[in-house]
Ligand binder design. Structure first.
Ligand code: NAD
Length: 252
């Protein structure tokens, strides 16, 4: 079940957190993984870890917000069965605390970065006769998160982008879905805590964990398990769907 044997998977931001967990699981299930990363040192370690258990893959140094760089990488890969748009950055602030530079930085990575990857991958997928796209959205795509104006804007866009792509390319056998996690314990969250609450890391970690109805953060491996299913042939009937994986955050 859920084999990715002979599949070529591109994972943006595959050097850390959720992207790393997805990359390692996909490699374990037989995919050749291509990590598009700014942090190539971290991505190299992921490939080394995948190789040590029989997986294979490659690191591509690129900033997803740079269209030319993304096109060069994707054309070099040449054949892409699975694209996981995962690279993303956060910003804390309401409208008044979000400068134009903050807004553009979050937009360029989270929204334009995903668009750049779609723009480069879809022609390849059409020419191959199909493919699968998975976008990592957020609970911020669904509910108002306090002090996350730019981030929520970007994740709302990811949610709508997924629906648009699913509809436009259904006849080309390209499926597109998204996953909306609540807090996942990754360097993204650890960095947020240490930057904003120095000296109170353990206390804030506990507080954030308890703020989720289920009482803890998700582990990256829990997001990767759903990603594997959605990108596998077994999920062949699923497109245009968003899957919250949120410990009850949205509905409870
Ligand atoms: P992370 O910070 O641990 O990893 C993100 C990776 O993306 C890093 O390795 C980073 O180098 C890479 N990256 C950042 N900008 C890039 C760029 N411009 N080009 C290429 N690579 C780039 O983050 P994470 O927690 O694993 O989050 C991954 C995704 O999941 C993000 O889109 C995030 O918004 C989303 N998400 C995270 C959480 C959470 O609580 N961690 C919750 C919901 C959604």
């Amino acid at each position: 079940m859920f084999s990715l044997k002979n599949k070529v998977a591109v994972i943006t931001g595959g050097g850390s957190g959720i992207g790393k967990a997805i990359a390692l699981l996909f490699a374990q299930q037989g995919a050749t993984i291509h990590l598009v990363e700014l942090n190539t040192e971290a991505a190299d370690q992921v490939i080394a870890e995948a190789n040590s258990s029989g997986g294979k893959g490659q690191v591509h140094a690129a900033d997803v917000s740079n269209q030319q760089a993304v096109s060069n990488v994707f054309n070099q890969i040449g054949h892409i069965d699975i694209l996981v748009n995962n690279a993303g950055i956060a910003h804390v602030g309401n409208v008044e605390n979000t400068t134009e530079a903050d807004f553009e930085r979050v937009y360029n990575v989270n929204v334009k970065g995903a668009y750049n990857c779609l723009f480069a991958a879809i022609p390849l997928m059409k020419a191959q006769g199909g493919g699968v796209i998975l976008n990592i959205a957020s609970i911020a795509s669904h509910v108002g998160i306090t002090d996350r104006f730019a981030y929520s804007m970007s994740k709302g866009a990811i949610y709508a982008m997924s629906l648009s792509v699913a509809r436009d390319y259904i006849d080309h056998h390209i499926r597109c879905n998204s996953i909306s996690p609540a807090r996942v314990h990754t360097p993204f969250v650890d960095g947020f805590i240490s930057r904003n609450y120095p000296g109170k890391e353990a206390e804030i970690f506990e507080k954030l964990s308890k703020s989720q109805p289920i009482g803890r953060m998700a582990e990256p491996s829990e997001i990767a398990a759903l990603a594997l299913y959605l990108c596998s042939d077994e999920a062949g009937f699923i497109t245009g769907c968003d899957y919250p994986i949120d410990g009850g955050f949205i509905k409870l």
